[in-house]
Design a protein around this ligand. Structure first.
Ligand code: HEM
Ligand SMILES: *[C@@H]1O[C@H](CO)[C@@H](O)[C@H](O)[C@H]1NC(C)=O
Ligand SMILES: *[C@@H]1O[C@H](CO)[C@@H](O)[C@H](O)[C@H]1NC(C)=O
Length: 493
């Protein structure tokens, strides 16, 4: 007994000493919730977890605060001013992603989203240039989006005003846009390949940003062998890899190098061109990861925004009516108005931005890593620290928006109904790692939204007053599954 007692007392003092040392060493970091041994301070997130958790922490601890994931410090920047200071003023200090074991398993440090350094610079630059080449003019990707919009309108028309879950229809169109961009082929809604790909993307995103990811990063050698969302995400990644590899192999079989039509074409041409350049990172593996990145980053995000768009139109019929009237007044029965014409429909434009603001589809954005020592808002952030710029908090910042918690398109309109920008509107992020699909996403949102509202009025099913505006809380925050009625309108096709 005596020895057991000493042992316990000894252990206890070690734990307490460890705790005190931790408290002491935390002093040089920004404030945050109490840091416990082993767990760190992420226990705070389990107490009441919602999409507002991060903003609540900022209220309590300030615009720069720290969360400890075990021994890993994660600094969060909250509110527009701080987010901007970190991501824009100190852009080149926060241009990395943390390459934790989990992110490494999802990317092998290749591609655009999770890579760093020379690989990231080269792949990102190529990505931006290629999207520009593919997107320019009516013949490019915008034309493909208009074709998809026609199909989408037809799919809704086929339901004949009956209640329908819009998710699969929207996902199909958005996925087909990325298909057109990357390998120029589309799927029909029932296609087994499409459903598998879609499922893999959802599973990958659902396994990201969870406690399982944190556990994986802390104890990879154990978690590698345990089942859970983390393992499913990695398996889903393997599926996406083989799916994309198959497309690349097909393309290689009959490649026409002089007339590139899509991302894979341009990339294979680039591999060919830089064969003798020792600094080249253009390779099959990087191509595979880049294409996978475009699918992962470009489908759930845009789809979720569109599911919110239809939901909010059904819940705010007056706003929906105003959009429909504006489109009719300005474009009449013209079939061919394009993204470039959005300036002529400021109200519609404002409604789309307000949808992105009011129901932002990311919980916090993607984590970054500090690449050099820096001071932000008076806090010292050492090189290598994981940081999160809380873009949601900028979109809801009471200092930048009149009624941040309300769905109010006037946030983007002046007294005369002209469109006005707001510098806190940062749904695509900011700085060195800003979304490279912003332009594409904006075109998609505009074309899909206007085409749908011209053809249908969206309503809750009979007996439902308002569809729930509570999001699902994970890395991407779409609405809960819901049904909606697309009532065909008399005017328009
Ligand atoms: C409504 C739709 C979208 C939203 C809200 C969105 C938002 C974001 C955000 C917040 C980031 C992180 C930026 C940061 O770290 O500061 C990001 C990164 C990225 N997005 Fe998007 N995105 C959307 C659509 C797309 C599309 C359509 C594509 C491509 C086809 C795309 C490709 C990417 C890529 C490749 C990155 C990583 C960039 C890097 O790490 O350098 N996104 N996006
Ligand atoms: C960030 O940059 C802007 C414009 O260059 C400047 O007005 C602002 O004071 C800077 N903020 C900080 C905190 O350095
Ligand atoms: C951060 O601020 C402290 C105190 O003002 C200063 O000593 C330090 O050199 C600064 N570090 C950087 C990287 O700017």
């Amino acid at each position: 007994m005596w020895t057991a007692g000493t042992l316990i007392a000894g252990l206890l003092s070690v734990v307490i000493l460890h705790f005190l040392i931790q408290l002491w060493s935390s002093k040089k970091y920004p404030p945050g919730p109490l840091r416990l041994p082993l767990l760190g301070s992420i226990w705070r997130l389990f107490i009441d977890f919602s999409q507002d958790s991060f903003m609540k922490l900022a209220k309590q601890y300030g615009k720069v605060y720290i969360l400890w994931a075990g021994n890993l410090p994660v600094v969060v920047f909250s509110g527009f001013e701080t987010v901007k200071e970190a991501t824009v003023n100190y852009s080149e200090y926060f241009d990395e992603r943390p390459q934790t074991p989990f992110f490494e398993a999802l990317s092998e440090k290749k591609g655009i989203i999770f890579s760093n350094g020379h690989i990231w610079k080269q792949q990102r630059k190529f990505g931006i240039a290629t999207m520009r080449k593919l997107g320019l003019g009516k013949k490019g990707i915008e034309h493909k989006i208009e074709e998809e919009a026609l199909q989408l309108v037809q799919s809704f028309a086929d339901v004949k005003g009956q209640p329908v879950d819009p998710l699969l229809l929207l996902t199909n169109s958005v996925t087909n846009v990325i298909c057109a961009l990357t390998f120029g082929q589309r799927f029909s809604i029932g296609d087994e390949h499409f459903l598998k790909l879609r499922n893999a993307i959802v599973v990958l995103l659902q396994g990201t940003g969870t406690i399982f990811q944190i556990l994986y990063d802390l104890f990879p050698w154990i978690m590698k062998h345990l089942p859970g969302p983390h393992k499913e995400a990695i398996a889903a990644r393997d599926f996406i890899v083989s799916f994309v590899m198959e497309e690349i192999q097909k393309r290689k079989a009959h490649q026409i190098l002089h007339d590139p039509q899509d991302y894979i074409d341009y990339y294979l041409l680039q591999i060919e061109r830089s064969k003798r350049d020792p600094s080249s990172t253009y390779s099959d593996r990087n191509l595979m990861q880049c294409v996978g990145d475009l699918f992962v980053a470009g489908t759930e995000t845009t789809t979720s925004t569109l599911t919110w768009a239809l939901l909010l139109m059904a819940n705010y019929p007056d706003i929906q009516k105003k959009v429909q009237k504006e489109i009719e007044d300005v474009f009449g029965s013209s079939q061919s108005f394009s993204y470039q014409d959005r300036k002529d429909v400021p109200y519609t434009n404002a409604v789309i931005c307000e949808i992105q603001r009011y129901r932002y589809i990311l919980l916090i954005g993607l984590p970054r890593q500090c690449s050099k020592d820096v001071n932000v808002s008076g806090f010292f952030i050492p090189k290598g620290t994981t940081v999160i710029a809380d873009f949601r908090s900028a979109l809801l910042d009471p200092q930048k928006w009149e009624t941040p918690q309300e769905f109010n398109p006037n946030h983007f309109l002046d007294k005369d109904g002209h469109f006005v920008e707001n510098e806190a509107f940062l749904p695509f992020g900011a700085g060195a790692r800003v979304c490279i699909g912003e332009q594409l996403a904006r075109i998609e949102l505009f074309i899909f939204f206007t085409r749908l509202l011209r053809s249908f009025t969206f309503q809750p099913p009979e007996g439902v007053k308002k569809i729930s505006e509570e999001p699902q809380v994970r890395l991407v925050t779409p609405p809960h599954p819901y049904k909606i009625c697309a009532i065909p309108r008399n005017s328009g096709p």
